[in-house]
Design a protein around this ligand. Structure first.
Ligand code: GDP
Ligand code: IMO
Ligand code: MG
Length: 427
């Protein structure tokens, strides 16, 4: 039995999709446990590039079972679009299950997301993906959300949709936003429910059965630990917890089942959306990294903000997720950058600290303390081992491992599945 959790250690887009797909080659089951189609996970193999938003990145492995667990918020229209995209690319041979406890994201959630952002003054806007993620989780905790089990039952779906639209349409009228017609939404979404019904089941029971059978399970996090609703840079976060601690709650497995936690990190940092980003810089090197790393959002197309790697952030992630493997991604993007900075601590009011202050006002005052390492010029996209790397790249990886006290089990030198170097076996 193996239960391996994959988490983003930064602010998302670290390359979780690539590593999930890679490990899925050895896994029996792949599970997405939180978030929704705010995520954009890129997988590249055999000259093709795929972007997944809801479906687990194990979907390209015919043998693997792919599960959308109870902690997710699922937009049925987006899910069907994604299944159609796969079908159009000849991917039809797969196994998929959706939790009957997962919540359904409906069109008014996206409009509420827009409304709540519009109501905030400029410096308070989160810069969400506008997919309706926050409002769908708000419905869940307000106990007015619609679960998959209810969605595929026409009468319950109609009844709950009616109540919610009475409530939200009043709010939309108040702020001058378009309202939703009950029959139109119901008729459209009833069709989606019919299509999805075949996949809906109690996935917690499935996961316990698989564990009993000694299967290898990979849990694919979305977003990153710094976007966690509990431990992230609140309020500039998402509305779920992308940590390893979130897996038991959001899938129904026992915490003792978790065997390994793989922290995915870029060789530098990026962030989309608002919020303080201590190591952010915008100069020629940042522009170069954005261009070479194609640092534009998979979901929204927004340019990603660029920063140096921040080991305060990585140690914070390690504390809250229990990371025992590090996977360093996009190392190739740093080729040609003359000097590489690594943030080793923050300076807050002349005191050196090794934590992220809870009050964002204090966090904004934190200045990074840097160590500077020499870069390398050689093309590393074809290396197949650590010793193939230029000595400067080896030193860079070793220093990250030392400063986080986590072994580097994987490093990645290009987007393709084959450009993945394993230093320590995980599965
Ligand atoms: P995720 O959300 O964590 O799955 O990451 P995204 O897919 O949103 O963003 C990661 C981007 O980096 C994608 O475009 C990947 O194809 C790409 N990528 C992943 N690993 C590497 C790598 O080692 N080198 C390069 N150049 N690109 C990579
Ligand atoms: P993956 O899984 C990067 C960011 C948004 C915004 C904040 C809240 O691809 O790594 P939300 O729509 O979730 O309410 O937005 O979180 N965000 C992401 N940033 N990668 C993601 O997912 C993200 N999902 C949400 O930009 O700052
Ligand atoms: Mg992404």
């Amino acid at each position: 039995m193996k239960n391996v959790v994959i988490v983003g250690t930064q602010w998302g887009d670290e390359g979780k999709g690539k590593i999930t797909d890679f490990l899925a080659g050895k896994a029996d089951v792949v599970v997405r446990f939180q978030g929704g189609n705010n995520a954009g996970h890129t997988i590249t193999f055999d000259g093709e590039k795929y972007a997944l938003h809801l479906i687990p990145s194990g979907i390209f492995r015919q043998e693997a079972m792919n599960i959308l667990a109870n902690g997710m918020v699922i937009n049925p229209e987006a899910l069907i679009e994604e299944l159609t995209m796969l079908e159009n690319n000849g991917i039809t041979n797969y196994n998929l299950s959706i939790s009957d406890r997962a919540h359904v994201l409906l069109p008014y959630h996206a409009q509420l997301d827009q409304l709540y952002e519009d109501l905030k003054s400029n410096d308070k806007k989160v810069g969400t993906t506008k997919k309706g993620i926050g409002p769908a989780y708000m419905d869940k905790v307000s106990r007015i959300g619609i679960r998959m089990a209810e969605f595929i039952d026409d009468t319950t779906f109609y009844d709950k949709l009616q109540d919610n639209l009475v409530y939200y349409n009043k709010l939309f009228v108040l702020y001058g936003y378009p309202t939703y017609d009950l029959k139109t939404v119901f008729d459209e979404y009833k069709k989606y429910a019919q299509e999805i019904k075949q996949f809906v089941t109690d996935t917690t029971l499935l996961l316990h059965k698989y564990n009993k059978e000694g299967k290898k399970i990979v849990y694919e996090g979305a977003q990153g630990n710094l976007l966690c609703i509990e431990h992230g840079t609140y309020p500039y976060v998402t509305s779920s917890s992308p940590t390893a601690a979130s897996v038991p709650l959001n899938t129904g497995i026992s915490p003792q089942f978790i065997t390994d936690v793989v922290g995915i990190t870029k060789a530098y940092s990026t962030r989309v959306g608002a919020g303080y980003f201590a190591t952010e810089f915008e100069n020629k090197a940042a522009k170069y990294i954005r261009k070479v790393g194609h640092e534009f959002g998979t979901t929204t197309g927004r340019p990603r903000r660029i920063g140096w790697i921040d080991t305060v952030v990585l140690r914070h992630s390690k504390r809250i997720s229990g990371i025992n493997h590090l996977s360093v991604m996009l190392l190739d993007v740093l080729t040609g950058v003359k000097e590489l900075k690594i943030c080793t601590a923050y300076k807050l009011d002349d005191k050196e600290i090794d934590y992220i202050p809870a009050n964002i006002k204090d966090y904004k005052k934190c200045k990074p303390v840097y160590e500077t390492l020499k870069g390398w010029e050689e093309d590393i996209t074809k290396v197949s081992s650590f010793s193939d790397l230029p000595v400067e790249a080896q030193t860079y990886l070793t220093r990250i491992s030392e400063l986080t006290n986590i072994p580097i089990s994987i490093f990645s030198v290009g987007p393709d599945r084959t450009q993945t170097i394993i230093m320590k076996k995980i599965l």
